[in-house]
Design a protein around this ligand. Structure first.
Ligand code: 3AM
Length: 175
């Protein structure tokens, strides 16, 4: 019988109040840009994507991820970007906190060290708001959204017809 595997990635997950503000922003953008709005409970900032991992590799993965030590940091979400190549409209930050870059780099290094595949492209912190957006979005007024980040999580993604469902596998507090 084939071994059970789960599609894993690492992410920052916003508190419900911030997710609600982001979802409102997505709703405003949707009126101009079309596309598909991410469900509020699925909004996140991906740190690293791993992909399918068989269950018996999980203890080792949890062990190496537990070595990552990064101080808490603050993200100011103050920009809305659009990627023409994949039609994603996203919220991001013009000033990327060094600790966020360190967290993503340390996670990728630990995952690669145990021979699991981990996303290679340059890390551009973003929170996907719309998929299949037709155009960029220029908000008339945009009050930055402030985010005190205290933890990061290992998530499992389950692809479904209505979009991915996400399940929290483990989480670690920042220092
Ligand atoms: O944070 P976003 O929405 O940009 O696009 C997927 C999503 O990113 C990305 O991982 C996040 C959680 O699913 N993703 C999916 N497949 C991927 C892959 N093969 C991938 N990232 C890199 N390589």
């Amino acid at each position: 019988m084939a071994e059970q595997s789960r599609r894993l990635f690492l992410a920052l997950w916003p508190e419900p109040a911030l997710a609600e503000r982001l979802h409102q922003l997505a709703g405003q953008a949707h009126r101009d840009c079309g596309g598909r709005i991410m469900r509020q409970e699925t909004l996140h900032l991906t740190l690293a994507f791993i992909g399918a991992v068989v269950e018996d590799r999980l203890p080792e993965l949890l062990m190496v991820l537990g070595r990552v030590r990064v101080p808490r940091f603050h993200i100011r979400l103050d920009t809305v970007g659009h990627w023409a190549h994949n039609h994603i409209l996203w919220a991001g930050c013009t000033e990327v906190p060094p600790a966020l870059l360190q967290l993503a780099a340390d996670i990728r290094r630990e995952v690669a060290a145990i021979g699991l595949p981990v996303s290679e492209p340059a890390f551009v912190p973003h929170m996907t708001l719309l998929r299949k957006a037709r155009t960029p979005y220029v908000p008339a007024v945009f009050e930055p959204l402030e985010w005190d980040v205290a933890e990061w999580a290992l998530m499992a993604s389950c692809l479904a017809p209505h979009g991915a469902d996400y399940q929290r596998v483990a989480a670690w507090a920042l220092d």
